[in-house]
Design a protein around this ligand. Structure first.
Ligand code: RB5
Length: 149
């Protein structure tokens, strides 16, 4: 499994915590940035992560900003992305088992480092259950490009 990370300035410290966890779990990862405290725009980091996940160049993505919300909204604009913003372990598991989420969004200003570690650990070790959930996920993707009349 290969994971791609991205954050804005609001998620920088939590991203380092998640890198430490991935090192402990011996899961390889890359980081698209940002890498300093300067204020940046989260879509600039959501986009490369979402595109590489959607192309299958990496297996899963983790995006971190202040709330996780901006990152998730941006990532979900990319076709093929199912990004879940999560702040508890149960939702982390469900987002993989039922929704086959391929990107996890976290908010550094929402979850503390220990909870974030638990969320990531659960998210990376849960598996999609398929079956009726596969039909529902397909219906999500059928909405892509949906025109407003
Ligand atoms: C940056 O101040 C903040 O807006 C961003 O990190 C994120 O929370 C947006 O959703």
């Amino acid at each position: 499994m290969r994971v791609l990370l991205g954050s804005d300035h609001g998620g920088l410290r939590l991203k380092q915590e998640i890198k430490d966890l991935l090192d402990e779990m011996k899961i390889p990862y890359d980081d698209v940035g940002c890498d300093c405290d300067t204020s940046v725009d989260y879509p600039d980091y959501a986009r490369p992560v979402a595109e590489k996940v959607a192309r299958g160049e990496v297996d899963l993505g983790i995006l971190i900003c202040g709330t996780g919300i901006g990152m998730s909204i941006a990532a979900n604009k990319v076709k093929g992305i199912r990004c879940a913003v999560v702040s508890d372990e149960f939702s982390a598991r469900m987002s993989r088992e039922h929704n086959n989420a391929n990107i996890l969004a976290l908010g550094e200003r929402v979850v503390g480092p220990d909870l974030a570690r638990s969320i990531v650990r659960v998210w990376l070790t849960s598996e999609f259950q398929g079956d009726r959930h596969a039909r529902r996920v397909q219906k999500i993707h059928d909405l892509e490009g949906c025109q407003i009349s």
